[in-house]
Design a protein around this ligand. Structure first.
Ligand code: NAI
Length: 237
């Protein structure tokens, strides 16, 4: 296998995914990322954007074939794309459920099925799926999101068992509250209340999540598989 590691990241146009791509690039990886829009910050010959709607099976299937034909090998897969459509269960529309499950969970199944097959053939690979502390602890108003993020955990542990014989590791990173556009919509009052529930007393940043993803996808984590690592200031211990 070549020395430059090849990584595939879903999402990545902004927030945690963008930081993950920048961190993997700094670690010497070549990166393909699937998102609807291109990130202006990622102008490099080592980054390849493939336009893709992760909620659409055909769009995902075709983007994955493009990546596989361009990259030939994939060493690292990071499933980062995710959305929220919050609401109390009694008022939750079918679309709010379906959209969140499609982007957050079904897309993980689709990428892991295709890239997991490639990694099994290579007999080498590392998959990191981004869940959330909400998938561990639950959160009122987020039954759809919590179901998708808890689903990622059960899915990843099962996949870790399936692929372990092929030297493919599968782990989960569960961020707590991280400063991104997903959380900037919260008022200062809500943020202050949240901070009281975080033992380290502050909201986290994207760099802290990206460093954990880079670690789990590197050979430094060669004996770690099937684990859920919370990057949450101690919220979910
Ligand atoms: P964000 O809203 O800033 O970014 C979401 C990413 O998902 C973007 O890169 C976007 O390109 C991608 N995306 C969304 N829908 C897509 C679609 N249909 N097709 C293709 N790409 C799509 O969110 P953020 O905060 O960067 O979240 C990244 C991941 O981290 C998500 O899975 C989220 O659930 C998770 N997370 C975030 C936390 C936070 O506090 N920000 C906490 C826990 C988990």
């Amino acid at each position: 296998m070549s020395e430059t590691r090849k990584a595939l990241v879903t999402g990545g146009s902004r927030g945690i995914g963008l930081q993950i791509i920048q961190t993997l690039l700094a670690e010497g990886c070549e990166v393909w990322y699937l998102s609807r829009s291109k990130a202006a910050e990622l102008e490099s010959e080592l980054v390849h954007h493939i336009s893709c709607d992760m909620a659409d099976r055909e769009s995902v299937a075709s983007a994955l074939e493009t990546v596989v034909s361009e990259a030939q090998e994939i060493d690292i897969l990071v499933n980062n794309a995710g959305i929220t459509r919050d609401g109390l269960i009694m008022r939750m529309k079918d679309e709010a459920w379906d959209d969140v499950i499609a982007v957050n969970l079904t897309s993980v199944f689709l990428t892991c099925r295709r890239i997991g097959r490639l990694m099994a053939t290579q007999r080498k690979g590392a998959i990191v799926n981004i869940s959330s502390v909400v998938g561990i602890m639950g959160n009122g108003g987020q039954t759809n999101y919590a179901a998708s993020k808890a689903g990622i955990i059960g899915f990843s542990k099962s996949l870790a068992r399936e692929l372990s014989g092929r030297n493919v590791r599968v782990n989960v990173v569960a961020p707590g509250f991280i400063e991104t556009s997903m959380t900037e919509v919260l008022s200062d009052k809500v943020k202050d209340t949240i901070k009281t529930q975080i033992p380290l007393g502050r909201i986290g940043n994207t760099e802290e999540v990206a460093q954990t993803v880079a670690f789990l996808s590197s050979d430094k984590a060669s004996y770690i598989t099937g684990q859920v690592l919370a990057v949450d200031g101690g919220m979910a211990m």
